[in-house]
Design a protein around this ligand. Structure first.
Ligand code: SF4
Length: 249
């Protein structure tokens, strides 16, 4: 008994008490900040492997950024990555960070569908489809359910069948082979249903953007309720983004 108490004391808390305010270590790359310092903008644009950087003014599209850190390494006074993991939005344009405008990313409350707060405010069951994902975002989504992050404290859970789900979580760029299974899964979810894109690959195709091996028609033809950038997405980014969509304070 004494030994057990000693072990528990040594281990400390095995969970994060407050997922909404917890800080993550400095090694994590979250929302970048772009200063107004003048640099060779063409070189800055060219250093990005995914075309996430645009110029005049300098901006980073987090829906295309792989968070490789190369821009920050080459232009440290221009671009800095903060540890802010709250990078989700329901509006695609809000994922674009512009120079000199360093404010938190938020959801647009005016375009959250009424039924989301009404029906899913206290409980949201999700079916996850890895549409040619590389298993990185998928691992982080698994972690979101462990005892440390414990997303079920907000009623957020993954379910095995789309018939039991309120929405779909998509990872990966959606290969041609996965386009039909994705559509079949989505069709099996009862309405109203939500769509959440998790990670750079799902949001834009990432490094596969423009490849003939992917099929993005599902994204183009359906309303997306939430975009969660990251490569991979941090469990805290996922949980906080979904909690914001649900209207949890
Ligand atoms: S961190 Fe993002 S914006 Fe910067 S070079 Fe890498 S992919 Fe491009």
């Amino acid at each position: 008994m004494l030994r057990t108490v000693k072990i528990m004391y040594h281990q400390g808390k095995q969970y994060i008490p407050d997922l909404r305010t917890v800080k993550v270590p400095g090694i994590f790359r979250g929302r970048p900040e772009i200063s107004l310092e003048r640099v060779d903008e063409k070189a800055l644009e060219d250093c990005c492997p995914t075309g996430a950087i645009s110029i005049n003014p300098v901006a980073i599209d987090l829906g295309r950024c792989t968070f490789c850190g190369e821009c920050s390494r080459l232009f440290p006074n221009k671009i800095k990555f903060t540890t802010d993991f709250k990078m989700s939005s329901n509006e695609r344009s809000r994922l674009i960070i512009k120079e000199g405008i360093n404010v938190p990313i938020t959801l647009n409350p005016d375009i959250i569908r009424e039924e989301i707060h009404k029906l899913f405010g206290g409980s949201l069951k999700l079916r996850q489809v890895s549409a040619a994902g590389d298993n990185s975002c998928e691992w982080e989504l698994n972690a979101a359910g462990n005892v440390n992050f414990d997303m079920s404290r907000y009623g957020i859970e993954f379910v095995a069948s789309p018939r039991h789900a309120d929405g779909i979580v998509i990872t990966g760029p959606i290969s041609r082979n996965m386009a039909e299974p994705l559509q079949i899964t989505f069709d099996a979810i009862p309405s109203p249903k939500i769509i959440i894109l998790v990670g750079t690959d799902a949001i834009s195709g990432g490094i596969f953007e423009g490849s003939p091996a992917i099929d993005r028609r599902f994204i183009e033809e359906n309303h997306i309720d939430l975009y969660i950038p990251g490569n991979p997405v941090h469990p805290l980014a996922f949980i906080n983004g979904v909690a914001d969509l649900m209207g949890i304070k």
